[in-house]
Design a binder for this molecule. Structure first.
Ligand code: 5GP
Ligand code: ZN
Length: 112
């Protein structure tokens, strides 16, 4: 499949990893929008939050279970924001479900 994050998951494209296990991978965003900006993805391809189902939601729950570990490993100590873009109006640019974890500094109150 011609998917950027599948290629990062299988090592075809290198990434700066924060956390990895058999189900998920977390790596630093190439174009950070905060002092610390990490992306968390399921290893199995899911297109977006709009494609979460009864069958794959266990992996999404697992991601949220691991986010505190990932944030801590990335050096985030004072809170963070989790964002996921889904579909054209959100400007999702990589069609593989990913959660942005933004922190390491005081973020603006609202991101539009
Ligand atoms: P989206 O706009 O789909 O919510 O987020 C995609 C994110 O992937 C962007 O923040 C972008 O900087 C990041 N990104 C795009 N290509 C690469 C890459 O090759 N490596 C890494 N580490 N991040 C990438
Ligand atoms: Zn993919």
């Amino acid at each position: 499949m011609n998917c950027l994050f599948c290629k990062i998951v299988n090592g075809e494209i290198p990434s700066n990893k924060v956390y990895e296990d058999d189900k998920i991978l977390a790596f630093y965003d190439i174009n950070p929008e905060a002092k610390i900006h990490v992306l968390v993805v399921p290893k199995a391809h899911i297109e977006s939050a709009n494609d979460i189902t009864e069958e794959n939601s266990i992996t999404v729950a697992y991601i949220f279970e691991k986010i505190p570990v990932i944030a801590s490993r990335a050096g985030i100590t004072n809170g963070y924001r989790i964002i996921t873009n889904s579909g054209p109006d959100s400007c999702q640019s990589v069609m593989h479900l990913h959660f942005h974890i933004l922190g390491g500094e005081k973020l603006p109150e609202h991101i539009r």
